[in-house]
Design a protein around this ligand. Structure first.
Ligand code: HEM
Length: 224
């Protein structure tokens, strides 16, 4: 019995650690993407995005990233199915009364993010990098890059693409609001003083990340 318990705590711990790792990735990804709207040309974005694609350390990180996404999804699915079964046999989860609006919709927001990620990676990653979906550009120093900036800008001039990104990013923001603080609780940070601070920090992080990503398609659509 205790084995089963520690095994599922272990899975939740891995899911939480992977979630926090993905939170860190999102900040780096957002920082690079914001170059698109803060710089006059797409050159700084292209250099940064292509550096991310060519650096060996980043390549290892990328494998970890895709592994992290997969682990996060697999453990989330297992936990969700187990919770459904637990509920049908009348098992009461300890902090049921604390169930917030955002925690109730984690599966729904996760599904939105999952569908978004498939479309996003097909378009900006697989097609752009491996199937010739992005043109090439050569800068003054003679270096040639995939023109990912031009591709992103072309996509964000299409109204429905902008709408899809906004819906997905709202889903991401809602998912992060609960996910961020829940991950810290799972790794053991449950304290009368620190928990409210982490919740506040999580809310701040979620709003900054969702609004920051959302600004990109909106600014590109109207001003670039
Ligand atoms: C306006 C929003 C976004 C833009 C313009 C954007 C753009 C891009 C581009 C151009 C790439 C391929 C080049 C690169 O590797 O940097 C990429 C890769 C990727 N994006 Fe995004 N992205 C956005 C939002 C997101 C969000 C919200 C997520 C996660 C929920 C995400 C997850 C990823 C992942 C996992 C990769 C592949 C990993 C990598 O190579 O860095 N992206 N994105």
């Amino acid at each position: 019995m205790s084995n089963v318990f520690t095994f599922s705590i272990g899975r939740k711990l891995i899911m939480s650690l992977m979630g926090l790792f993905l939170c860190a990735f999102l900040l780096v990804h957002l920082g690079i993407n914001l170059l698109l709207i803060f710089c006059d040309t797409t050159e700084p974005f292209n250099i940064a995005a292509n550096f991310m694609a060519s650096n060996v350390v980043i390549k290892v990180f990328e494998i970890g990233l895709f592994g992290g996404i997969l682990l996060h999804i697999i453990y989330a699915v297992i936990l969700t199915i187990k919770n459904w079964f637990a509920r049908t046999v009348g098992y009461k989860v300890g902090n049921n009364q604390q169930t917030s609006f955002f925690s109730k919709y984690m599966v729904h927001t996760a599904s939105i993010i999952g569908i978004f990620l498939i479309l996003h990676l097909m378009d900006f990653y697989v097609k752009a990098k491996f199937l010739g979906g992005a043109t090439s550009v050569t800068y003054e120093d003679g270096k040639t890059f995939h023109d990912l900036g031009a591709l992103v800008i072309a996509r964000f001039h299409i109204g429905w693409v902008v709408m899809v990104y906004i819906v997905a990013l709202l889903g991401l923001g809602f998912h992060l609001i609960h996910g961020f603080q829940s991950a810290f609780q799972t790794i053991g940070l449950n304290h009368p003083v620190y928990t409210p601070i982490i919740k506040g920090l999580g809310l701040f992080y979620s709003v900054v990340v969702a609004a920051g990503f959302m600004a990109i398609p909106i600014v590109v659509y109207f001003f670039k």
